[in-house]
Design a protein around this ligand. Sequence first.
Ligand code: AMP
Ligand code: MG
Length: 450
Amino acid sequence: MTDTERPDAGARDTAPGDHANHSHTRTDACAPAASARTVAEQLAIVLASVAPLPPVRVELDAARGLVLAEDVLTVTDTPPFDNSAMDGYAVIRSDLLSASPQNPITLPVVADLAAGTAENPRLVPGQVARIMTGAPIPDGANAVVPIEDTDQGIERVAIVRAPGAAAHVRRAGEDAHAGDRVLRAGSVLWPTRVAAAASAGTSSVLVHPAPRVAVISTGSELVTPGSPTRRGQIPDSNSFLLSAAVAEAGGIAVRIGAVPDDDDVLRALLDELAGSVDVIVLSGGVSVGAYDVVKAVLKPLGTVDFGPVKMQPGKPQGFGRWPATEQASGPLIFALPGNPVSAYVSFEVFVRPALQRLLGQPILNRRTVTATVVDGWRSPPGRAQYMPVIVTHRTDGTENGTLTEARPASRGGSGSHLVAGLAQASGLAIVPEDATHIRGGDLITVMLTS
Ligand code: AMP
Ligand code: MG
């Protein structure tokens, strides 16, 4: 039941957004098993069964990072009234055209207008009002003289510079007019967009909600991290890995932890979770070992497929749904291999894009860069390889700059149990399925994961 997946068996393909590649040794790879799918084929199957979750209305406080399912229009003009852009004095410009340091003009101050005031003293020629940033420009005034161009007088003020036309006046509707669209459906609500909705006078927005994702590790060898281990036991790291990855992708992780390799226990747990989550991510127990509990429980359902994928690591991949009931469709199920590197690569390549689509995100794939390989490695023919790499940038002495380099994160190469090395990786180098030798100096596509 191991899934150590040394780089010695077969295929290639690309993740979301074609990661075409360059300059590798090519071999006549032995034909992969007819039933095995490429990464692209598997991803297409996954994405074909996933659509953005039905929209819900949420308060702005809960909207950050979610994707709008409606246009947001301004309720009023923004700003809603003419107001001052400076602390200073609201003036009638024609009173001050000859003001200069040599010829200060002194005028009476008839009002004091703080931000938030509703006062509107009508100025007549020869009068000014003290005004603070954001306060409404009083009727009659048509410019603001900043405090720096005055003697800061309270009863009367001496002004030493003539203001320009409409100086320091922010016009009503300058930013947006009532009814203007300030945000478009499909926009990701990053902080400045949450602010735009708030300034538009909106308190709640229609969004695609974050999917709830249960994360379960399987394996009778697994114990909660920090508890004592006897021979044969190891800490469960996958439920932490995958829950953190779910949260980072924008989902709501429900970390269940580890369950033993016991069909009845797992079946009961899945049954219980089915009504309360959108997705279930399992790890372990999907190979051909004697106690591969996930396969044993899910395969007979007929709704979860375990077709192998031409990738390394991550060859065994379970994907499907828990059976629907009359009330609801069953949650999506991803059954990932147990080795931590395999589980992580599988998450990045299949689960994360699916979560992005459930969220309604416009972009499903990670950003990629082309990097120069520093220390080479080998890759199995006929399988796309995802190699955890450390990505660094250094100045290359040329005019435009920096050289992006990638080196394997573990000395042991891509061994799928090497979780400590994985922690140093900031990306996954994507080796096409027909490449077998990656050499120093080769260019390679790297999917950036942090
Ligand atoms: P399996 O896919 O269940 O055959 O597991 C493959 C390998 O991954 C075995 O060495 C397991 O002990 C290890 N493994 C499985 N699940 C976890 C986990 N949650 N945390 C750490 N290692 C795991
Ligand atoms: Mg296991």
